[in-house]
Design a protein around this ligand. Structure first.
Ligand SMILES: [Zn+2]
Length: 243
């Protein structure tokens, strides 16, 4: 703000007919501006600290967590992995992508989801999820699509389905929602995981329609905050944790 342009200055000058008082008044207004700015900054920092503090209802037992130490860091995908995933007798990644794209989510496509099905870790390959689990995933994406619209920022999907073997290989929890294809680990550009989780928790109690089943559901779900990503799933009960 340009302090010397403060609109009251000339009025004060006229009133007191003295440049000295006018200068003092200008200085005073400048100080007031600085105080206002500092107060604004304190509000911003207070909000940031509040979003970073774990909530009192966060689960403390490790069993409610979902991930191994670094679930996002998987080994690369090779052409061999992709052909293997397609020759197991189950559905192919392409079939899943076509199914997913049929729901016309504005901000998510099948093509960004399927590469994860071919991930490997310690020689164990992930796989394309069985068809009966596909509607579970659509349910969670419905919530994520809503979050995407609330935040107005791009969301990057990091981890979705894990086969039971692959889940063990990455150190996931034995009852992981990822094995049920109902969990997504994701990142939001420009926001801290704790900030994203705070907004996500505010969506609890909201009723959504799952277009895959044509049934409505109330979002409660699991929300996990990790150093570099957020976990969300649509289990019927609430669960919170910090990983
Ligand atoms: Zn997860």
């Amino acid at each position: 703000m340009l302090h010397h342009d403060f609109p009251c200055t000339s009025e004060i000058s006229r009133k007191f007919h003295t440049p000295f008082l006018s200068d003092l008044y200008t200085d005073l207004m400048a100080e007031q501006d600085r105080i206002d700015q500092l107060e604004q900054r304190i509000d911003q920092l207070t909000a940031l600290v509040a979003s970073l503090l774990p909530e009192s209802n966060l689960a403390s037992d490790a069993s409610s967590g979902e991930e191994g130490p670094e679930p996002v860091e998987d080994e690369g995908v090779t052409e061999d992995d992709i052909s293997m995933a397609a020759t197991r007798g189950g559905p192919t990644a392409q079939e899943f992508a076509a199914y997913f794209d049929g729901f016309d989510f504005p901000n998510f496509s099948g093509g960004e989801i399927t590469p994860y099905f071919s991930r490997t870790r310690g020689g164990v390959s992930n796989s394309v999820p069985p068809k009966h689990l596909w509607p579970n995933f659509i349910q969670t994406v419905v919530v994520l699509q809503h979050l995407r619209q609330v935040l107005g920022r791009p969301i990057t999907l990091a981890s979705t389905y894990r086969s039971p073997d692959y889940n063990r290989a990455v150190g996931g929890a034995s009852q992981s929602e990822h094995v049920k294809f109902r969990a997504i680990d994701f990142q939001v550009s420009g926001l801290l995981p704790a900030q994203v989780a705070q907004v996500l928790r505010s969506l609890r109690g909201k009723v959504f329609l799952n277009p895959a089943t044509n049934k409505s559901f109330t979002f409660r779900g699991g929300i996990g905050v990790y150093a570099t990503f957020v976990h969300v799933d649509t289990r019927p009960n609430e669960s919170n944790w910090v990983g």
